[in-house]
Design a protein around this ligand. Sequence first.
Ligand code: AMP
Length: 273
Amino acid sequence: MKIISSPLELKNYLKNYNCSVGFVPTMGALHEGHISLIKKAKEQNDLVIVSIFLNPTQFLKDEDLDKYPKKDEADKKLCQLSGVDVLFFPHVDDIYAEDEVSVLAPKVRGYVLEGSSRPGHFNGVLTVVIKLLNIVNPTRAYFGKKDAQQLNLISLMVKQFFMSVEIVAVDTVREKDGLALSSRNAYLTPSQREEALKIASSLRNATVMVTRGVLDSKEIISGMREILSPLHIFYVEILNRDFNQLAHIEIGNTIILVEVKVGTTRLLDNIWL
Ligand code: AMP
């Protein structure tokens, strides 16, 4: 596995290849969720590139940038063992300059759900993703369905900026007890982790209600809120795949999304029905 930190060096290196390239952008502290993206990229492409870049512009001022888990050496080993061809590990100065051109998230879809409690977060996400995609110029780029709003906005950017990369959505990987894997789970104490299981329970309950024929969004949301209580709930929403609200579940076109705070940690999860 080759490790490259300079964008220009990576661009030059990739000139030697005329094959399909799969790209998996991450912020590090890799877990099985990230590995499933890498596996999918390996299945579908000749060359696989992973980036590890803790992107400062997507963190708001009072957020956890400074304490975000860092596991550089373990991450390198995991990438190597997963068959990654190139690990792109840039420094902040390699990616950002002082006076920058910027990409802005759409005024509506970028400021609902996670964007409502983290205003500006998606400007940072889209800016770094467009930079990384321009450096790697992949055939396909892989994103987790767990971050459904991020996936939706990146797909929108690729479409609206007429970019030619194919965005591939990958299913959420969970612990045996249902907790969605996340680098931020490392912040949870054992009792908070127990509390966090309410998220998966609420989504399971919603699925059971739907299989029993309950399709009314309000009824499902109120059942979920009961299960999530007393956690601080940022939102529980039932949307279609274009992120518009649904009054009734439409099988094959629905995402049920939750974001809560457990202790000081925000956790998000969703199911696609
Ligand atoms: P992050 O390092 O948190 O920026 O995540 C990098 C990529 O991994 C994003 O596309 C995430 O959506 C994806 N990801 C994070 N957690 C999971 C998970 N549990 N299952 C599948 N993909 C995930």
